[in-house]
Design a protein around this ligand. Structure first.
Ligand code: JJW
Length: 448
């Protein structure tokens, strides 16, 4: 038996997002989001699933908070649905939407749980997408207006703020690969979206400072760690491109005030350029306080001129995979956290980490041993990272409960709590009780 003790002030939590759990899509004055539209577009989401009901957390959040109290977490990451606050994107404010989130945040605080807010977790008001989305400065300004409304309303209640969740997904997964909403398949559009959200990030951080809002603010990129299949420079360069597009493409502008030139040049070869306007990079590089890091898996990549715009092919190395097909390899988290040190020893929270394991109820229990094993491996790496002196301050498991997994619909389950989507009954899985024990002890026990 090996015991890994965590720091006494280490934050333990779980994470969710508005469109994935709330439901009540036509209630409370909520406007239409790009995910409402995308999910209703035939062929875009498995089984034609959508977020109309989801986990019904809009109505059942008190039950969810009881589960959080039972789990013992002290931090809960969630997102606010912009279409509940300003239904048409940049027009009238919907007081009913603000009141809902005040009730929710107050209930979290009453439960002794720290709210950890993501302002944008992919549910853009459709009216703004109809007018060019993140590539149109109207959307940038609309986001700043929305962010300032939330800052003003929740300053003093919320102390941990993230502007954007997984900017690579918002820009490239959704506008170059077309796998997520709005489903564009164009490199220039993706680069325009990435730049627009970065300007929106920078402007909202400037507002946060100017308004004197309580707490700390940052952003949450997702990690794509990749190691070369061979020692060839071409394979290493292919890995560098994959890693950089998920993180450096966003963190270089924020921490260095410029894009990674080797990728700018690579995209120029493909005929795509970054639409930088005077003053943009100064705005984007407004200093932040923390980083959220979302880690799920890593790849072994090689150069392949046929493998998409980055010419970087991920190989099947025969590793154990989760039920969504992602290799289980926690080593990439350790390697990435050391890679991240090039931006300084910044405060980092793991804002997402978890496994898609689709075990179902058997005699009233869900024996998700594979999820426990995934978490054991990744928390052991977290312990190594902390022992190396890296400022890793907290960990939020993705996810508190099974929910709408985007293009995969409801078939892919990441939750510590099982959700029956017909009855909406929540059932803690065995991994819930395992994580409960880790949190209670503030240590990880590894069976040797
Ligand atoms: C066949 C080509 O495939 C290209 C990669 O396609 C994907 C799809 C999905 C992801 C993805 C999904 N998640 C989990 C979410 N993170 C935020 C939260 O909302 C979770 O639901 N992280 N990354 C990445 C890459």
């Amino acid at each position: 038996m090996t015991i890994f003790q965590f720091p006494k002030d280490f934050r333990w939590g779980t994470a969710t997002a508005s469109y994935q759990i709330e439901g009540a899509a036509q209630e409370g004055g909520r406007g239409v989001s790009i995910w409402d539209t995308f999910a209703r577009t035939p062929g875009k989401v498995f089984n034609g699933d959508n977020g109309d009901v989801a986990c019904d957390s809009y109505h059942r959040y008190e039950e969810d908070i009881e589960l959080m109290k039972k789990l013992g977490i002290n931090t809960y990451r969630f997102s606010i649905a912009w279409p509940r606050i300003i239904p048409d994107g940049d027009g009238e404010i919907n007081r009913e939407g603000l009141d809902f989130y005040h009730r929710f945040v107050d209930a979290l605080l009453d439960a002794g749980i720290e709210p950890f807010l993501t302002l944008y977790h992919w549910d853009l008001p459709q009216t703004l997408e109809d007018d060019g989305g993140w590539g149109n400065r109207r959307t940038v300004d609309a986001f700043v207006k929305y962010a300032e409304v939330i800052f003003k309303e929740f300053s003093g209640k919320i102390n941990f703020w993230l502007t954007f969740n997984e900017p690579w997904c918002i820009a490239f997964l959704s506008n170059m690969l077309g796998i997520h909403a709005p489903g564009n398949k164009d490199l220039q559009t993706a680069i325009n979206v990435a730049h627009g959200l970065l300007v929106a990030h920078g402007k909202s951080v400037q507002s946060f400072r100017r308004m004197g809002i309580t707490g700390q603010i940052g952003i949450a990129p997702n990690v794509c760690w990749a190691e070369p299949y061979s020692k060839s420079p071409e394979d290493q360069a292919a890995c560098d491109r994959s890693i950089a597009l998920n993180t450096d493409w966003f963190l270089d502008p924020i921490y260095k005030g410029s894009y990674p030139q080797f990728l700018v040049d690579w995209f120029a070869e493909a005929g795509a350029t970054v639409p930088i306007q005077d003053g943009d990079m100064e705005i984007i590089s407004e200093p932040i306080d923390l980083l959220g890091i979302n880690y799920y898996t890593m790849g072994i990549n090689r150069f392949n001129p046929e493998a998409g715009v980055l010419q970087s092919e991920e190989l099947n190395m025969g590793l154990i995979k989760t039920d969504i097909g992602w290799p289980v390899e926690s080593r990439g988290l350790y390697e990435f956290m050391h890679y991240l040190q090039k931006y300084g020893n910044v405060d980092v929270y793991i804002t997402e980490n978890g496994a898609c394991i689709n075990d179902d109820l058997e005699n009233g229990k869900i024996n998700d041993d594979r999820r426990i094993s995934y978490y054991e491996q990744h928390l052991a790496q977290i312990h190594r990272i902390i022992n190396d002196g890296i400022n890793l301050k907290g960990y939020m498991a993705w996810s508190l409960m099974d929910n709408f997994e985007w293009a995969e619909g409801y078939r892919m389950r990441f939750g510590l709590v099982h959700v029956d989507y017909r009855s909406l009954v929540r059932t803690p899985k065995e991994s819930f009780y395992w994580y409960q024990s880790v949190i209670k002890n503030n240590w990880l026990e590894i069976r040797n």
